[in-house]
Design a protein around this ligand. Structure first.
Ligand SMILES: Cc1ncc(COP(=O)(O)O)c(C=O)c1O
Length: 475
């Protein structure tokens, strides 16, 4: 029996600790939990945990000394493969770099066998290959006579086409001059951070919220002021003074609330009253399932709002194409910052996108991918209801490409063990808890973000079925 447990559980513990070390979550010199605490957390015996730790010691991952807690071997670098690598220290670093290095590193995706619920993935099968090829051929044939650097805000062809699209699709009233084409929303957020925050400036961030936004603002020296969210989005009655507020009003990330009309008004009144800017991240505004269109904040106050859009949810996150709609008064600052960052976004991709928009192919594609993702969502919701019934509470399913699944009756402290067991069974699972501010209380119930846009119906069904058996073992 002990041998059986050791084989399975010890192997999972070994894999989980290695993954934590490779992702940088455990750094060289970090102390691991005591074997007693680890065993309690995993519901395993101390003998099993001791065996797993000894194996990790033998492989050079841990250093174990009699009478003290195991530590991660010094010199073992993040994502360095199997062998420990000695890390050289930089000669000197800017304050920006030092802030950057205090942020938690993100792990790259690892392949899994059955279903990876990683949020942000799209299915390669959904990419509009023919339309892209046609538009791409046209863009190459029609290339300029001289290949020269373009406008840092982006090509005028794309900005004109986007302006018309944003009016039709999102009710945004702007001129092409207000649009800045960026390399994904992430670059837009980074530009906002660098242009609108000084070190020490407070910024409002949703709690829980989007870590890559928070980190961009923190790297610029901003001080996060977490404001709680509920089913109606950001709790605007709690807004403190700040230089800017980052919000996801159409589909709060990750919990999925839609910012209510009253709160939209009070957020805009707060910005107008305090002189703060609002960074509106409309990352998956194209995906509304059971609710009517939600007008963006930008449509209500074009002077206070910097609107951030992305092609990562409709075409591909690998393209790195996004756009900002900025108040006219900020246009020059954004243009100059973009020029210094990388001159401008790649021109060929901009021309292809402009052609897709102008020909109507983009909107046809959006209608098609919206339908496909609505089907995936149905399959996922049904599988969750069939396999878990009242044991799961699903949040945020009205819009977007993910849901949050709260596992009723399972303590949040079991999340890591469930994730490790799921991975061993071929399921990629991602917890909600890291998206909460570390200084504020976290939920007591285990919760997972289930992204479904990268999975077919069969993988969704099998994934939920396997997950249900794993959860039963942890209940
Ligand atoms: C809240 C939020 N904003 C934006 C994005 C898209 O980022 P990007 O445009 O940099 O690919 C994502 C992707 O997962 C997201 O979750």
């Amino acid at each position: 029996m002990v041998q059986f447990e050791q084989d399975g559980v010890a192997r999972r513990i070994i894999a989980a600790v290695k993954a934590q070390i490779h992702s940088g979550a455990y750094r060289p010199g970090d102390r691991l939990p005591s074997t007693r605490a680890f065993a309690a957390e995993w519901g395993a015996s101390r003998t099993t945990v001791t065996a797993a730790y000894s194996q990790l010691d033998a492989e050079g991952y841990l250093v174990i000394r009699q009478g003290s807690r195991a530590i991660v071997a010094p010199g073992l670098e993040k994502a360095s493969g199997e062998a420990p690598v000695a890390a050289a220290s930089p000669r000197h670093l800017s304050a920006f770099a030092r802030r950057l290095l205090t942020l938690p590193p993100a792990a790259l995706a690892q392949p899994v066998k059955i279903a990876d619920f990683r949020y942000g993935d799209l299915s390669g099968a959904d990419f509009p290959v023919l339309a892209w090829r046609r538009a791409s051929n046209k863009a190459i044939v029609n290339r300029a006579a001289r290949l020269r650097y373009g406008d840092p805000q982006g090509s005028s062809g794309l900005r004109n086409a986007l302006q018309a699209y944003l009016w039709r699709a999102r009710g945004i009233n702007c001129t092409p001059d207000q649009i800045v084409i960026v390399n994904g929303s992430q670059q837009g957020l980074d530009l906002c951070a660098r242009l609108l925050l000084d070190p020490g400036d407070p910024f409002v961030i949703e709690n829980p919220g989007y870590l890559l936004a928070r980190h961009a603002f923190e790297a610029a020296g901003g001080i996060a002021v977490p404001v709680p969210v509920d089913a109606d989005g950001l709790r605007t009655e709690k807004l403190p003074p700040a230089r800017l507020a980052y919000v996801t009003p159409s589909h709060q990330f990750p919990l999925g609330g839609v910012l209510s009309a009253t709160r939209r008004r009070s957020l805009l009144a707060w910005a107008a009253g305090t002189g703060a800017y609002i960074v509106e991240d409309d990352y998956d505004g194209e995906y509304r399932h059971d609710i009517s269109p939600i007008p963006p904040l930008q449509a209500l106050d074009a002077d206070s709002v910097i609107y951030v859009g992305t092609l990562s949810k409709t075409l591909s996150p690998t393209l790195r194409l996004g756009y900002l709609v900025v108040p006219l008064s900020l246009r020059r600052a954004f243009g100059e910052a973009k020029r210094l960052t990388d001159r401008h976004a790649p021109m060929l991709e901009q021309d292809v996108l402009a052609e897709l928009l102008a020909s109507g192919a983009y909107e046809r594609h959006v209608r098609s991918i919206r339908r496909k993702n609505a089907e995936r969502r149905q399959v996922l919701l049904k599988a969750l209801a069939d396999h878990l019934g009242p044991q799961v509470t699903v949040a945020g399913a009205d819009t977007g490409l993910h849901v949050v699944a709260w596992m009723n009756g399972i303590d949040a402290g079991r999340e890591l063990a469930i994730i490790a067991a799921a991975r061993a069974a071929g399921i990629g699972l991602y917890p909600v808890s890291p998206l909460y501010d570390p200084s504020r209380p976290r939920p007591e119930t285990a919760g997972f973000i289930l992204g479904y846009a990268g999975l077919d119906a069969e993988a969704l069904r099998r994934g939920v079925a396997v997950l249900a058996t794993i959860l039963a073992e942890h209940r």
